[in-house]
Design a protein around this ligand. Structure first.
Ligand SMILES: Cc1ncc(C[n+]2csc(CCOP(=O)(O)OP(=O)(O)O)c2C)c(N)n1
Ligand SMILES: [Mg+2]
Length: 347
């Protein structure tokens, strides 16, 4: 029976085109989105290299999921709304103002790490200055916390919205149901973005739920359910913006499922060859969100070859400098290990 469920996994990759219908963004913003996508991707790739070189202990990647994350970052009021992310949200954090230099300090566990004072594992994001809330390692624990923040915003009469993200596998956790139930009952300004990349480490979504889509569960919470192509940055932006506008105007919560894929292993501790074919990965690589958006911008005449090269050089320079600074930085003193994880004094 378990073997049958595994065989039902087939999900078609999205189309090659970008959905730019009713997009209200000008050329400058479209190019800024491109920059944030490229910057996050190159930083992510560096994370893999450094881990393989034995310079950092662990890397977990947002590779392939950048479009929904950057789309979300551009759909909110940055630094005003709250974001309670998960470990795969590197591009979301970067687009919100977490710098590559800060990422490197955390990855190396060096003094000055703003996410936790070097007390958390890498990619446990948190950045107080832009309202990014630090989470814990058990998956989905951020959802009831995000619902609580949304309730606080509502009780205070603020028009802030709260975004939280998790994977489709994490929706099997009780915390997800509890948080979403609160969001529905209290009509909270919460947008729960489920980045459905088909797998929870090695376990396919068909072994996590008996419905075709995560968003199909929205009616049981009394929230809006929506699905977007999470490998299309403009479609993702549009879907998140719609949910944000609804939440900000008092219309309540949305469960937004972003269909996407993780072409890399789950983390630097995983070997994905044990549970999926190379053909499947290659089919999704053909729909890489950055290559897809780059083609769109080139076709529109917004982007040129020399601009592509400028973006690459800028990212490389910034990431090289970030890595060098982290390597040169001291480790925290041993007694700093006893400090708080969720409210680091450095932030
Ligand atoms: C409660 C809990 N169980 C198990 C784990 C170990 N674990 C970390 S990530 C992960 C898979 C989560 O998959 P999904 O929610 O689909 O997110 P993805 O990694 O695919 O983005 C698991 C099982 C954990 N961190 N917390
Ligand atoms: Mg998953």
């Amino acid at each position: 029976m378990l073997a049958d469920l595994r065989e039902q996994v087939h999900v078609e990759p999205p189309p090659a085109e970008i959905d730019d219908v009713e997009i209200d963004l000008n050329q400058e913003v479209l190019l800024e989105m491109y920059w944030q996508l490229v910057r996050a991707r190159r930083l992510d790739e560096r994370g893999w290299i450094l881990q393989r070189q034995g310079k950092i202990p662990f890397h977990i990647s947002g590779f392939g999921q950048e479009a929904i994350q950057v789309g979300a970052a551009f759909a909110i009021r940055q630094g005003y709304d709250y974001v309670h992310p998960y470990y795969r949200d590197l591009a979301l954090n970067i687009a919100l103002g977490y710098t590559p230099a800060e990422f490197m300090l955390a990855a190396y566990g060096k003094q000055g790490d703003v996410t936790s004072g070097a007390r958390q594992m890498p990619s446990h994001f948190g950045l107080r200055r832009v309202n990014i809330v630090s989470g814990s390692s058990p998956v989905a624990t951020q959802v009831p916390q995000a619902a609580g923040i949304a309730l606080a915003c509502k009780l205070r009469g603020e028009d802030r919205v709260v975004i939280t993200c998790l994977g489709e596998g994490a929706t099997s956790q009780g915390e997800w149901y509890e948080g979403m139930n609160w969001a529905g009952i209290h009509k909270l300004p919460l947008i729960c973005i489920v980045q459905n990349n088909i797998y929870a480490i090695s376990v396919p979504f068909t072994m996590q739920m008996s419905v075709a889509n995560v968003a199909d569960r929205a009616p049981m919470f009394g929230v809006i359910g929506a699905i977007c192509d999470g490998n299309d940055v403009l479609a993702s932006y549009k879907a998140v913006k719609q949910a944000v506008d609804l939440a900000r105007s008092g219309g309540g919560a949305t469960l937004l499922e972003a269909k996407t894929y993780r072409p890399t292993p789950h983390s630097s501790d995983d070997d994905d060859r044990t549970y999926r074919t190379r053909e499947e990965v290659e089919a999704w690589n053909q729909r890489d969100p950055i290559a897809r958006y780059q083609r769109y911008l080139l076709d529109k005449g917004f982007l040129t070859q020399s601009m592509i090269e400028e973006n690459e050089a800028r990212a490389r320079q910034e990431i090289d400098a970030a890595q060098a600074a982290a390597e040169a930085a001291p480790y925290p003193p041993p007694e700093a290990a006893m400090g708080p994880i969720f409210a680091p004094p450095e932030a």
